[in-house]
Design a protein around this ligand. Structure first.
Ligand SMILES: [Zn+2]
Length: 499
């Protein structure tokens, strides 16, 4: 994920010419040549990489590459036709093309000047050189400062300096840059950079309001103006949330790798919408780590979450993608809820069978928790198995369904007989999903893959911090700070309180 900034800028290259090279002593010349070589290699690799041989997404591929001219013109032709046909244009989210833009109307009062100097000559790498530095560009950053009295927004003026070296080369300091996140069909890509209005901590606050406190973009706007006196556009607020989420993505990869080594893992899923299309929000969670993922509900997606390398115990519901896992305990709370429904049936016979299944399941949980001996457990499960065979033959859709479900997944239903320490319900996962279910009702899901990644990544980092009893926002601020420079995230903090 680490993207190295261009070693030499346009301005650097423009200064170099034959005369400059000729003026250099041999040692300096070698240094400059080496720099140019590194840069040339970097550019060559960049020119020769695409989604097939690098981590770049397919959307970054040149769409006109290897495409015959006729095919290209045909495609644009059909697109124009299609646009004509759609007589009622569908309104896109966000600012409309041609709509009047909103400039900054608020006048910023500078509270702090932050100076950035070039730390070495970009041509000859010499480090101590600058006694003639002058600022050549600047921009404003609104940053959140936590004081003893509470929160305060400070307007910083960042000054970037240029300076010349004894070799004659002019070097510039520049705002840092990180990865660029692309979405198909979007006009402006999301680039992680220090050249932005909203500082690291302030951006983290905005993301926390959106993801953890479930405020809509317009409510956040209202809050910031009412309580902090800052006017931000909805677009800026939305950008902050996505930016912080995208910066957290590599952290989630690390957490996901940790989960593959877990002894016990709870997995569950709930419906989610991405641009109105039905997706699923998955969660894989144990006592120390939680990872969320928004994706279609397929076996392949499940394998992204719980790889074949995972050899621990899974606690799940009855969904098919889990079935091939040998070490698995079924969530008995799911089955109990279904049994309650059947026990409440008007038909006395159906109700009686439902009640027996319900009581056997409850007895089983109690016996495991109280550490009853094997003979007692055997009696309960023999009764449960027997009544399920009876229920399977009855002409009642729900009862038949539940009895078959228990019998078909029998080994997973009673896995705790041989492993009494296994959790018997999936409460951890269900609780973790509840927050997102409320968010889904407020926001109707996400709109793009980028939005989904940002949301699920933030949720994963925040939930994991909660499990480890550490403050998520301090850590997330440091992640975004490094990501805006193109650097990898700091290691995930371990628990302050050990359990
Ligand atoms: Zn130099």
């Amino acid at each position: 994920m680490l993207l190295i900034m261009a070693r030499l800028s346009k301005e650097d290259l423009a200064q170099m010419n034959r005369d400059y090279f000729q003026s250099l002593e041999k040692e300096k010349l070698v240094e400059v040549a080496d720099n140019l070589h590194l840069y040339a290699v970097e550019q060559w690799e960049k020119n020769n990489s695409d989604s097939s041989n690098s981590s770049q997404p397919p959307s970054s591929d040149n769409p006109f590459q290897d495409q015959p001219k006729s095919a290209k013109s045909k495609r644009t032709g059909s697109l124009q036709e299609k646009q004509k046909k759609d007589s009622i244009p569908k309104r896109k989210a966000g600012k409309q093309k041609g709509a009047k833009g909103f400039g900054r109307t608020q006048i910023l009062k500078i509270g702090e000047i932050v100076s950035h100097f070039p730390n070495k000559c970009s041509a000859c790498n010499q480090t101590k050189l600058f006694n003639n530095a002058t600022p050549y560009m600047g921009h404003h950053v609104l940053e959140l400062e936590t004081t003893e009295g509470g929160l305060k927004i400070v307007c910083q003026l960042h000054h970037y300096y240029q300076a010349s070296c004894s070799c004659g080369h002019q070097s510039l300091s520049k705002p840092g840059e990180g990865i660029t996140s692309t979405v198909k069909g979007r006009t402006r890509n999301l680039k992680l950079t220090e050249y932005v209005l909203v500082g690291n901590t302030f951006a983290t606050l905005i993301a926390s309001l959106g993801v953890r406190y479930r405020l809509s973009r317009s409510k956040i706007q209202e809050f910031l103006f009412d309580w902090l006196g800052v006017k931000l556009s909805i677009g800026t607020i939305d950008r902050c949330i996505r930016e912080v989420g995208i910066a957290c993505e590599p952290v989630v990869e690390e957490l996901l790798a940790e989960l593959q080594l877990a002894e016990i893992l709870h997995v569950d899923e709930t419906p989610w919408y991405q641009k109105g299309k039905l997706y699923w929000l998955w969660v894989a969670i144990n006592s120390k780590t939680a990872v969320f993922r928004i994706a279609p509900r397929t076996k392949e997606e499940f394998k992204q979450l719980v790889t074949e390398a995972f050899v621990g115990w899974l606690i799940t519901d009855g969904y098919g993608a889990y079935r091939h896992r040998k070490r698995r305990q079924r969530c008995l709370a799911h089955l109990i809820r279904k049994a309650i429904g059947i026990a409440e049936s008007i038909n006395p016979r159906i109700s009686r069978i439902g009640t027996i299944i319900l009581e056997d399941l409850r007895d089983f949980i109690r016996a495991i928790r109280e550490g009853k001996n094997r003979a007692e457990l055997e009696t309960i499960i023999r009764s449960l198995r027997g009544i399920c065979y009876v229920g399977k033959k009855v002409k009642h859709r729900k009862l038949k369904g539940l009895a078959s479900e228990i019998l078909n997944d029998w080994d997973a239903v009673i896995a705790a007989v041989n492993n009494p320490d296994l959790p018997l319900t999936n409460n951890e996962a269900e609780r973790a999903l509840r927050h997102a279910v409320i968010a889904r009702r407020i926001s109707h899901g996400t709109r793009t893959t980028e939005g989904s990644i940002a949301y699920s990544s933030l949720l994963s980092v925040v939930e994991t911090c909660r499990l480890r009893q550490i403050n998520p926002w301090e850590y997330i601020s440091s992640v975004i700070k490094l990501a805006r420079k193109g650097l990898s995230p700091p290691p995930f903090p371990t628990s302050v309180v050990s359990s």
